[in-house]
Design a protein around this ligand. Structure first.
Ligand code: ATP
Ligand code: MG
Length: 364
């Protein structure tokens, strides 16, 4: 059997970026031989093995046959006779189809090295169209490597448009779409993921309501604010900001985890007010800080302030306001004559008054 390093590890090494995980392909071996060598079989759809010591992934070389619709409509063929070239041709992009043997020799039957040098994302063969997830993967790679100067080959954009026109994007599960999206949000240029999907018509399939959205403004805001947070949930919050209906669409069409739903709701409840903090009333301030749980030691307000790049003076002021309002408690003697809803109202009034006093102090 021969073992080759493939995929992202070879690509990233050639690009000079840190290699995170390494994938291997094994040519000329059977499942039985792998098990006999102590590899552990994992993977539901096709045999992937974990190396007995390093626990890195080793897959048997395979060919694919498209059977049904969508991402899962494949059958796989394994045979010890499957060649490296046959395995590489079923991959998505030329830059992801370079192999390295154990002596460090590169095997590159589909021009991946040249495309890496020319900074081109290009599909390998027409079989690219057989898996609609590849459209999303492509745009995610564009976002990830945008700062290296990568562009997408015109013929690859063309095949993506054909995939979209075929209706296959709709077959992708919300989970798979979400998985690509969240990974794209963590790249250096997440706005390119959305821009790329839009350019081939896929965004309005994934989020059917997007035709009403001002995508350019959304992407511009993401470009402007992304440096302030590397969290996917805050970046998505920025993207949907100020565009009515986007949050609803995200919730409806993607598998948005609770963390994202919470973060985006809180962001929408507070971002405009935080940006305008000097000009809003103490009552409005109270309402925002109350919703964010700031009086109960929740620190979301400071995360949102950082995300918006709001200056230290305002941050200090808000810290002081939270401090004074939190010191007002139900068991303070001044509230002894109140109970229930009335008590709640009195505390709130006192908290608002305390917040206004902080403003006065700043103005003196
Ligand atoms: P990353 O650094 O994000 O892991 P990667 O290129 O290694 O990038 P993986 O998802 O780990 O991506 O996949 C490993 C390799 O398997 C890819 O480089 C590609 O050759 C191939 N591959 C993965 N998913 C697909 C797919 N949906 N269609 C075709 N080839 C794929
Ligand atoms: Mg990988």
């Amino acid at each position: 059997m021969q073992i080759y390093l493939v995929g992202g590890a070879v690509r990233d090494k050639l690009l000079g970026v840190e290699v995170k995980d390494r994938d291997f392909v094994v040519v000329g071996a059977t499942v039985e031989e792998m098990l006999a060598r102590g590899f552990m079989q994992v993977g539901r759809d096709f045999p992937v093995f974990l190396h007995p010591e390093t626990k890195e992934e080793y897959a048997l070389a395979r060919q694919e046959r498209k059977q049904g619709r969508g991402h899962r409509g494949f059958s796989f063929e394994f045979s010890a006779a499957t060649t490296l070239e046959e395995d590489l041709i079923r991959r998505d992009l030329t830059i992801n189809a370079i192999a390295e043997d154990e002596h460090g020799n590169l095997i590159d039957p589909y021009g991946g090295i040249e495309d890496l040098e020319n900074r081109v994302l290009r599909h390998i063969s027409p079989a690219f169209a057989e898996d609609p997830l590849r459209v999303l993967r492509l745009m995610r790679f564009w976002a990830r490597f945008f700062s290296f100067g990568f562009s997408i080959a015109p013929e690859t954009l063309h095949i993506c448009r054909e995939i979209v026109a075929s209706g296959e994007i709709k077959e992708l599960t919300r989970e798979r779409v979400w998985n690509e999206t969240v990974r794209a949000l963590l790249t250096d240029a997440p706005e390119k993921y959305f821009e790329g999907l839009n350019a081939v018509g896929a965004l309005s399939v994934i989020l059917p309501e997007t035709s009403h959205f001002n995508l350019e403004a959304m992407n511009n805001r993401l470009t402007q604010y992304k440096k302030n947070s590397s969290d996917a949930h805050w970046r998505l919050a920025i993207w949907q900001w100020k565009e009515d209906g986007v949050f609803e669409s995200l919730k409806r069409n993607l598998h948005l985890p609770n963390l994202f739903v919470q973060a985006i709701s809180r962001f929408n409840d507070s971002a405009d007010a935080l940006q305008n903090w000097r000009n809003i009333s103490a009552k409005e301030k109270f309402s925002v800080l109350h919703k964010l749980g700031s009086f109960k030691k929740d620190t979301a307000v400071f995360e949102i302030l950082s995300l918006l790049g709001i200056d230290e003076k305002i941050r200090e002021q808000i810290r002081a306001e939270i401090q004074v309002a939190s010191e007002i408690r139900a068991n303070n003697p001044e509230f002894s004559q109140y109970k229930g809803a009335e008590l709640g109202e009195e505390i709130k009034k006192a908290q608002i008054a305390a917040i206004s006093a902080v403003i006065c102090k700043e103005k003196i």
